[in-house]
Ligand binder design. Structure first.
Ligand SMILES: Cc1cc2nc3c(=O)[nH]c(=O)nc-3n(C[C@H](O)[C@H](O)[C@H](O)COP(=O)(O)O)c2cc1C
Length: 365
């Protein structure tokens, strides 16, 4: 199957309810403590933040999804219009297709043309990296004037995908070479199975400073690949079924990544759906969040602007109800962590950034 058809399948299947979960993010185990007496004026709350040298109106990135098809051109254009209007960041989907067929560059470049004043993030899969020259990788960034390159680690997806790339050897050394070569930062990104402390440590040691955890609980790429296999004519084995529940839930993955160093930038993503999720991600250690599927859905069915407006309003309400005037203050609002998330943090002895995080299963971490 061509990349173009596969990408189209991905878009259609990602919109189905079965593409989400079944693991949860574990945000349900984190409760931000309500402040009934906040000394704050709603109108003065500042949700702005800085990311990749740009001032954003809110700590939100539209995660990389599309490119490489005619339909993707339209989707990317609409996503870029929303991102530019609300001054939030935007990623493009894997640019592999434009390397194989340079005439597709415009389906990615449209984001920079439509959104000149926001950070744009290039994208390529780690399993494809070894097959590309340094010049080709550099061109991914320069051709769309991107401000960072996201390298997505999607091992689970590749392993269950019929046509997946299954050779992951020696990728770290390629990434290290790229850190010296590229003029923009590299973002290491998962796609829905989460980053662990060990992975973040390994990449931190070679100079990576931005990590997008893309944990479990939102769009499930193992499930989507299994749905593709099921609808294909091939009588392929569905050996991937047990991996539908594989992965690190987003809330746990944020804590894993943050525990590595305070100086890194942690992008909390995977199943972030509301402004309350955004606030919890930040209180647990993220600096900014990424959201994919809901943006795709809202752009396709209509209502992209309304979706961002309600996210921003929800985020501001949480800030009002906790007395947090800024995103920096949100990082330290009191939060109670219970259940499986608390057990995870304690079992892994993760040190949290939030000095007012109360963890139920142990007195101190
Ligand atoms: C239709 C679709 C296509 C995607 N394509 C890519 C991609 O090319 N590269 C990538 O890094 N992530 C890709 N993703 C993953 C998202 O960037 C994100 O990490 C993941 O969907 C989890 O976020 P969510 O739960 O908010 O959807 C895609 C997601 C969707 C919904």
């Amino acid at each position: 199957m061509s990349i173009e058809n596969r990408k189209q399948d991905h878009i259609e299947l990602a919109l189905l309810p079965q593409s989400q979960g079944p693991l949860t993010t574990l945000f349900e185990d984190a409760v931000i403590v309500h402040n009934a007496l906040p000394n704050i004026s709603y109108e003065k709350i500042d949700t702005s933040t800085t990311f990749l040298g740009f001032k954003l109106s809110a700590p939100i990135i539209i995660s990389g999804m599309t490119g490489g098809t005619e339909k993707a051109y339209e989707l990317n254009k609409k996503l870029a219009q929303v991102a530019e209007e609300f001054r939030i960041a935007l990623g493009v989907g894997s640019q592999r297709a434009m390397i194989e067929n340079p005439s597709l560059i415009n389906t990615y470049r449209v984001v920079r043309e439509t959104a000149p004043s926001i950070p744009i993030i290039s994208n390529i899969g780690f399993a494809q990296l070894k097959k590309l020259s340094m010049e080709q990788v550099e061109s991914l960034v320069t051709s769309i004037e991107a401000n960072a390159l996201a390298i997505h680690l999607n091992a689970a997806q590749e392993l269950v995908q019929l046509e997946g790339d299954k050779d992951f050897e020696d990728v770290v050394s390629v990434i290290e070479k790229l850190t010296h070569r590229l003029s923009v930062p590299i973002i290491i990104k998962e796609v829905g199975n989460g980053l662990s402390k060990e992975v973040v440590e390994t990449l931190y040691a070679i100079g990576i400073r931005v990590f997008d955890v893309a944990g479990a609980g939102g769009t499930n790429w193992v499930r989507i690949e299994l749905m593709r296999i099921a609808k294909s004519d091939k009588k392929a084995s569905l050996y991937g079924e047990p991996f539908v529940t594989w992965g690190i839930p987003t809330a746990a993955s944020i804590c894993e990544a943050r525990a590595v160093a305070n100086e890194i930038i942690v992008i909390g993503s995977g199943g972030i759906r509301t402004g309350v999720d955004v606030a919890k991600a930040i209180a647990l250690g993220a600096d900014i969040v990424g959201i994919a599927q809901p943006f795709l859905r809202s752009i396709i069915v209509g209502g992209g602007r309304e979706y961002v407006s309600s996210l921003l309003a929800q985020l501001k309400v949480v800030m009002a109800l906790t007395g947090a005037r800024s995103v920096m203050e949100l990082q330290n609002v009191p939060i109670v962590i219970m259940g499986r998330l608390a057990q995870w943090i304690c079992a892994r002895k993760l040190r949290l950034r939030n000095t007012r995080a109360y963890i139920h299963c142990c007195s101190n971490v």
